[in-house]
Design a protein. Structure first.
Length: 237
């Protein structure tokens, strides 16, 4: 599927998000109303039907850029040393979202990174749009070229999305990274947490280290998936 030379120009990326506030009650009244409308649409619950709005916020706000915050961004790249693939990683994990996003922007605008292609699982539908929106919400301008897709045609967006690769033109189903790693006998990226627990680790336990390890695990898994799809050996641990 890809050559070594192509893969060495991929910047693998994954992000973790959490609700913007620790509790629904911490939102101002207007944002609470906006969330309730969004949540009822998402869960297909009528305006007069009973609904746990506060619970839905904790459960799902993290997936919507208007209601979440980026808490970790992990990136990585692959190099071959003596015919063995080695992964190199860096994670940005901060309580100050604006500072975190500034650091990510500074990385992405570096000249030596400009000709890399971003690669991730569901990166076109989640990671890149969320990063772009959260940067703008935080007043970070201009957007890095990697994230600024305004006016571009679909075929002009160079990101490598492993979810899209696996679809082979089939748009009926979503296939998780965890399932693909199982199918291709790739060491699982999951630790003793999953994405639904990131909010708790961030707001209640303030455990950035565990969030960072979890996020970086997904980057490593995506690297290995690309290697497997290309008929290559997995990363050297």
């Amino acid at each position: 599927m890809f050559t070594r030379q192509q893969i060495e120009k991929f910047l693998f990326l994954d992000i973790e998000t959490a609700p913007a506030k620790a509790e629904f009650a911490e939102l101002d009244e207007e944002m609470q109303l906006f969330w309730e409308k969004k949540a009822r649409q998402y869960y297909k619950v009528g305006p007069d039907e009973p609904f746990d709005v506060a619970g839905s916020y904790i459960e799902k706000a993290g997936i919507f850029a208007e209601f979440n915050r980026v808490v970790c961004v992990s990136v990585g790249y692959i190099r071959w040393v003596q015919d063995r693939a080695k992964g190199h990683f860096r994670s940005f994990c901060e309580f100050d979202e604006k500072d975190l996003l500034q650091q990510v922007r500074e990385l992405l605008i570096k000249p030596e990174v400009s000709d890399y292609r971003l690669c991730g699982h569901n990166i076109k539908e989640f990671d890149c749009p969320v990063l772009a929106r959260r940067m703008l919400i935080n007043g970070i301008h201009p957007l890095p070229d990697h994230l600024n897709n305004h006016g571009k045609k679909p075929w002009e967006i160079s990101h490598i999305d492993t979810l899209e690769l696996w679809k082979f033109g089939d748009f009926k189903n979503y296939t998780s990274l965890a399932l693909l790693t199982r199918l291709f006998n790739i060491p699982s990226p999951k630790s003793d947490i999953d994405g639904s627990q990131v909010a708790r680790l961030y707001w209640q336990e303030q455990d950035l280290e565990q969030i960072s390890q979890y996020c970086q695990g997904d980057v490593r898994a995506t690297m290995n998936l690309v290697l497997r799809l290309s008929g290559m050996e997995l990363l050297t641990e």
